[in-house]
Design a protein around this ligand. Structure first.
Ligand SMILES: [Zn+2]
Length: 290
């Protein structure tokens, strides 16, 4: 069962509340409903819904679930009252016997049958169309927080040579050291590591940020490679293949990618992946490349 809870503000002046929250750093999201979802960079979100007949603004809880009918009859059985039947197909506003307002919403996210958590997108990336850049690969809800996986795509897949494996390994070491020591970002970094196809890296950060919001971090990380006098952590006690490093080639790839990012800062293609339908294998498994 897929269910989540988040705050809800019901108001006759929803637009005013939305603009106030935007000034506070929230961004509007499309949640597939009529109400407005606002999200901050930590992944915290709330919904604002326009109500016509409420005498004053009200706060409540939105419960979003894929087992809408079951939840609806459960709440009715506990004495909740339906206050608005206008759009009972998608959402209903209920009030508990003690006066708590609850908006029950049907979760419309497409859930692959064996995935169940509803967060894995049903599209995958068209590798024929990718250009190098910074892309959101997936966002996952973990407890009450979000984490975001980014693809840092360094070369154009299948169109130009992938990064040499020893240079890739050195880039992994140097940039991991940069990210985990940067005073502004070290506490946000969960993971940095190479893609098996050697065309880029995975970066996992706490929170929910757009690729544009981590552009400067990625640019600084790749620029930092030029200053490296050695590769950190290349003693046998620190590394699983300590002889397989190539600092000079790491510098070559890092400089090439950093120059590319700088030249394409205004190009939206470096921040948005081309999507295609997800591959399903012959035995019916959904393919995920990360
Ligand atoms: Zn290593």
């Amino acid at each position: 069962m897929n269910i989540n809870f988040h705050p809800l503000i019901m108001s006759q002046n929803a637009e005013d509340i939305v603009s106030l929250l935007e000034e506070l750093g929230f961004e509007k999201q499309n949640n597939g409903h009529d109400d407005v979802r606002l999200k901050d960079h930590n992944g915290f979100f709330l919904d604002v819904v326009q109500t016509e007949n409420a005498p004053q603004d009200k706060t409540g809880i939105c419960i979003s679930t894929d087992r809408f009918e079951e939840a609806y009859s459960l709440l009715l059985g506990k004495g909740f009252q339906n206050t608005n039947t206008a759009d009972a197909g998608q959402s209903v506003c209920l009030v508990s016997p003690s006066g708590l307002a609850v908006l029950l919403c049907r979760n419309q996210k497409e859930v692959p049958e064996e995935a169940g958590d509803g967060l894995i997108p049903s599209f995958s990336v068209d590798h024929n169309e990718i250009v190098p850049g910074i892309f959101v690969s997936r966002e996952d809800e973990v407890g009450s927080s979000m984490i975001t996986t980014y693809d840092i795509r360094v070369t154009k897949p299948n169109k130009e040579p992938a990064v040499d494996v020893a240079a890739m390994h050195s880039l992994e070491h140097i940039i991991a050291t940069f990210l985990r020591n940067d005073p502004d970002w070290k506490n946000e970094v969960i993971y940095w590591g190479p893609m098996g196809c050697l065309t880029g890296f995975y970066l996992i950060l706490k929170g929910s940020r757009s690729p544009q919001q981590i552009y400067q971090l990625v640019l600084d990380a790749f620029r930092s490679v030029a200053d490296a006098e050695s590769v950190p952590g290349t003693a046998p006690e620190n590394c699983g293949h300590y002889l397989m490093h190539d600092l000079e080639m790491a510098k070559f790839y890092a400089a090439k990618f950093a120059d590319y990012l700088a030249a394409n800062a205004e190009n939206p293609r470096i921040f948005e992946y081309p999507k295609k339908e997800r591959l399903i294998t012959e035995d019916g498994q959904h393919f995920y490349d990360s």
